[in-house]
Design a protein around this ligand. Structure first.
Ligand SMILES: NC(=O)C1=CN([C@@H]2O[C@H](COP(=O)(O)OP(=O)(O)OC[C@H]3O[C@@H](n4cnc5c(N)ncnc54)[C@H](OP(=O)(O)O)[C@@H]3O)[C@@H](O)[C@H]2O)[C@@H](O)CC1
Ligand SMILES: Nc1ncnc2c1ncn2[C@@H]1O[C@H](COP(=O)(O)OP(=O)(O)O)[C@@H](O)[C@H]1O
Ligand SMILES: [K+]
Length: 489
């Protein structure tokens, strides 16, 4: 599913107009789609209150009011600003609507109302005024449901962050394609249930405006890149994943990664274990192999085996000089660099970026918010930038795929491709869950998937496993609930 930024949506609008499509016709379709949603999902409300803004979002609102009145609903319009100053399609919509607008101040929220929020959509340019903010609070206090047109007013469609106050909608109807702000937090929560209405802009125009670089993560993005298990495959043809364990007492994280890697199809998985932890790891593993590995020299010997096709380093490893040395040696092969593998470079992130820059972008960095801030402090602190732009900037700087974790995980590649993951249930946020994700991605890399596709598929499979395991899961449950890759091919 493609995503359009508000600017790209504006471009689609312009291209549609240039191809002869009537823009007022689009507004009418948009308004009727919202009215249909109101009638279907809020059938029991006593009256609909349309809050109409000064631009085309307000224009949509006048169409909604007309459509609802035609269907027999009791409708009132409260306009922000002087309706006589409306221009273009919004002005036409206002004069085709039989209901005379009242002032915004005249609206007193009442139980039984449905608010249609048509104040601002893609054109929001600054934080909402004090009067609008007070009205949002009054509507919230009364528990009046809100149906948002395109976006809850106050929310940036580009970043998913409110510019100040914003409506908290029950449902949102947007047009042609969702925007990043519908999926990035807190926008996703502020939108409520999202509907995407087709208002008749041809998809070829939508695609031309979009450029194909940002999407919602779904199997369509990576299905073709999944490893196929041929009948004659043997374990080495399905890849060999190496996972680095921490010292005694800290081996659990790497063991979780290793188990996830073998469950998602790596032919062989070996845990590389320091001497202090050999007995501990051996007591836990059966299908996973084990190799003693203490120093960087041991690692260089091991790397002589070219059949080792991918690595995971970081979970429970220790964020120290040894971690830096290991990551620098591993960067020549596809490697997931997680947790301590990231934090080890907090004092000298450029050392990591220079190392990664010497190779093709075949490594995946998987920071959560804290780790992201350690490695990319300036990008993390840029409040004008949404999570997609942050992940993209980080990926370009690091010369690696960056999977920026959270409830709204974003995956970005150095070439600008990006995806927002949307299938993770909230109970996936449990200790060790990130270690499992690193192992899944490692397992896919080991089987020959490219880094961006492996990271996207990994995040999606992790979310699926979380849903299948259900609320109350622990990280140990996740590998056993991974769906088979064949379910997606
Ligand atoms: N694209 C398409 O194909 C289609 C788009 N459609 C619809 O058009 C919508 C976009 O319309 P839009 O561009 O007119 O922007 P919109 O959100 O109405 O706001 C702009 C106005 O608000 C003002 N303003 C901004 N911030 C403000 C603030 N904080 N406080 C006060 N004022 C503020 C701003 O004023 P200015 O900044 O110029 O002073 C300007 O007057 C889109 O969301 C969708 O619903 C549909 O009809 C279907 C086809
Ligand atoms: N609220 C949430 N909803 C869904 N998934 C979440 C949420 N919060 C975190 N996650 C996911 O849970 C995992 C947690 O990983 P991480 O922060 O590394 O924790 P740990 O180090 O304990 O494994 C990540 O995949 C992250 O995207
Ligand atoms: K709106």
């Amino acid at each position: 599913m493609i995503l359009l930024t508000p600017d790209e949506m504006g471009a689609a609008d312009r291209l549609a107009a240039e191809s002869g499509i009537d823009s007022y016709g689009l507004m009418v379709k948009a308004g009727y789609a919202v009215a249909a949603s109101a009638l279907k999902h809020f059938a029991t409300v006593r009256r609909a209150i349309v809050l109409a803004g000064p631009g085309n979002n307000g224009g949509d609102g006048y169409v909604v009011a007309r459509a609802l009145a035609e269907s027999g609903m009791d409708v009132a319009i409260h306009a922000l600003g002087d309706p006589d100053k409306l221009k273009g399609d919004a002005r036409t919509a206002r004069f085709e609507c039989p209901i005379e607008p009242q002032s915004l101040e005249a609206y007193l929220p009442q139980a039984g109302d449905l608010v249609i929020d048509a104040l601002f959509g893609a054109g929001l340019a600054r934080p909402l005024s004090g009067a609008v903010t007070a009205l949002i609070e009054a509507i919230g206090r009364k528990g009046v449901p809100v149906l948002a047109v395109d976006l809850p007013s106050g929310l940036s469609g580009a970043t998913g962050a409110p510019l100040g106050a914003a409506f908290h909608a029950t449902r949102t109807v947007t047009f042609m394609a969702p925007k990043p702000g519908h999926y990035l937090l807190p926008g996703r929560d502020l939108c409520g249930v999202l509907e995407v209405a087709d208002i008749g802009i041809p998809m070829r125009i939508v695609r031309a405006a979009q450029g194909g670089k940002l999407s919602v993560n779904s199997p369509a993005l990576w299905r073709a890149a999944l490893p196929h298990s041929a009948a004659g495959a043997h374990k080495f043809s399905r890849g060999h994943l190496g996972v680095f364990s921490g010292p005694a007492g800290k081996t659990g994280a790497a063991r979780l990664s290793a188990m996830a890697g073998i469950r998602c199809g790596a032919g062989l998985v070996t845990l590389a274990v320091p001497a202090s932890a050999e007995a501990e790891v051996a007591a836990h593993q059966t299908a996973i192999m084990q190799r003693r590995l203490d120093e960087a020299d041991d690692l260089r010997d091991w790397l002589a085996d070219r059949r080792l096709s991918a690595f995971v380093i970081g979970p429970g490893f220790g964020a120290d000089a040894r971690a830096r040395e290991f990551v620098q040696a591993l960067a020549e092969r596809p490697t997931v660099i997680d947790a301590d593998g990231i934090s080890a470079f907090a004092e000298a992130p450029d050392e990591l970026f220079v190392t990664l820059g010497r190779f093709a972008p075949h490594c995946v960095l998987t920071p959560h918010q804290g780790e992201f801030s350690r490695l990319f402090p300036d990008i993390a602190a840029d409040d004008d930038c949404g999570k997609v732009e942050k992940a993209r900037a980080a990926s370009a700087r690091a010369h690696a795929v960056v999977l920026y974790k959270g409830a709204d995980t974003v995956i970005a590649a150095p070439d600008g491709r990006a995806a927002i993951n949307a299938n993770a249930p909230p109970w996936l946020a449990t200790a060790g869950s990130g270690d499992v994700l690193a192992g899944i991605i490692g397992g896919l890399l080991a089987q020959g998937m490219e880094a961006f596709e492996a990271a996207c598929a990994g995040a999606f499979l992790h979310g699926e496993a979380g849903s299948r395991a259900g609320e109350g899961l622990t990280a140990e449950d996740l590998p056993g609930h991974l769906p088979p890759l064949s379910a997606f091919s």
